[in-house]
Design a protein around this ligand. Structure first.
Ligand code: AMP
Ligand code: FE
Ligand code: FE
Ligand code: ZN
Length: 290
């Protein structure tokens, strides 16, 4: 449905990854895939990086789609990995850039440590991982998974994450990431809107305590990604109540990673009303309208 006042049209998918982080396709191909799946407003949200925006925006515009620039910023609350989606922030903001440089730099050393550790038990070397990364990608366990696949040690990323890359196997290493409060403040101060990605996934991360989430809201948090395949039904109910209580933005997205995950563009979408609120709240960068 078109929303003429703000110039964009749904359906909107606000969480898509390219090969600038751990997706398997170029930003242009990600936009083409989103369009082929019926999406008309799309965000590119690579981990800790915004270098794919230009290519994605060009392709999206050519397809008649609205492009929302975004990023998925790595954060950490105690032992929990927390992902904070940032939308429409200024990509040249110095504080945010310094933080993403730090995270991306530390991710490399951390990946090397994981590979060294796996290499004691399996025939895997750092060169194998380098061969799986393109475009100075934000390196993560998915690239190590791809190297394990190339070596014939596992069949696909899913098998790698269920086995060798699972923390219980003993090869896991953490990487530097800011506290979620810092992450929310950095995105907000760069003129962006911060949305907690998949806040209630099963097993991997339990939800941050509600009083802590309320501190994030006080620090400028814009909302939650509620419709995501990994959020639990019970968790979604808690988040919807919290969002209603604080009048927050709620989004739904696929978290598409190309062939790296089963997630397909458009499997969850965000309403036009919520996209309009997101755009209205941001001051860092404008969306690219077709
Ligand atoms: P890292 O940030 O390096 O610890 O790796 C986490 C990333 O791995 C997430 O951003 C996900 O995209 C990806 N991931 C997590 N679980 C899976 C899975 N089962 N299959 C494919 N990718 C996964
Ligand atoms: Fe990812
Ligand atoms: Fe994530
Ligand atoms: Zn993601």
């Amino acid at each position: 449905m078109a929303t003429p006042s703000s110039g964009f049209a749904g359906p909107a998918d606000l969480h898509l990854h390219s090969n600038h982080s751990d997706g398997t396709e170029s930003p242009a191909e990600v936009m083409r895939q989103a369009h082929a799946h019926g999406i008309r407003t799309a965000a590119l949200t690579d981990h800790d990086r915004s270098t794919g925006w230009g290519e994605a925006a060009e392709t999206a515009a050519g397809l008649g789609m609205t492009f929302i620039p975004g990023m998925e910023l790595s954060a950490k609350h105690e032992w929990r990995s927390v992902h904070v989606l940032g939308y429409l922030f200024d990509p040249d903001d110095e504080a945010l850039r310094a933080e993403t440089d730090r995270i991306r730099g530390d991710r490399i050393g951390r990946a090397e440590r994981i590979v060294r550790s796996i290499g004691r038990d399996y025939d895997l070397h750092w060169d194998d991982v380098v061969a799986q990364t393109t475009m100075d990608a934000t390196v993560g366990r998915p690239h190590i998974a791809d190297a394990l696949v190339a070596r014939g040690i596992v069949r696909d990323r899913t098998e790698a994450f269920d086995g060798i890359l699972h923390p219980r196997e003993g090869y896991y290493e953490p990487h530097y990431a800011p506290d979620p409060l810092t992450a929310v403040r950095l995105i907000t101060e760069a003129g962006g809107v911060a949305i907690i990605a998949h806040p209630v996934t099963t097993g991997r991360d339990r939800m941050m305590p509600v009083p802590f989430i309320e501190r994030l809201i006080a620090a400028g948090l814009g909302g939650f990604e509620i419709d995501h395949r990994e959020n639990t039904a019970a968790g979604k109910r808690v988040l919807r109540e919290l969002a209603a209580k604080h009048d927050l933005i709620v989004t739904g997205s696929s978290d598409y990673h190309g062939s790296g995950k089963p997630n397909r563009p458009g499997e969850n979408t965000t309403s036009d009303e919520m996209v309009a609120r997101l755009i209205a709240r941001a001051t860092g960068t404008a969306p690219r309208f077709p």
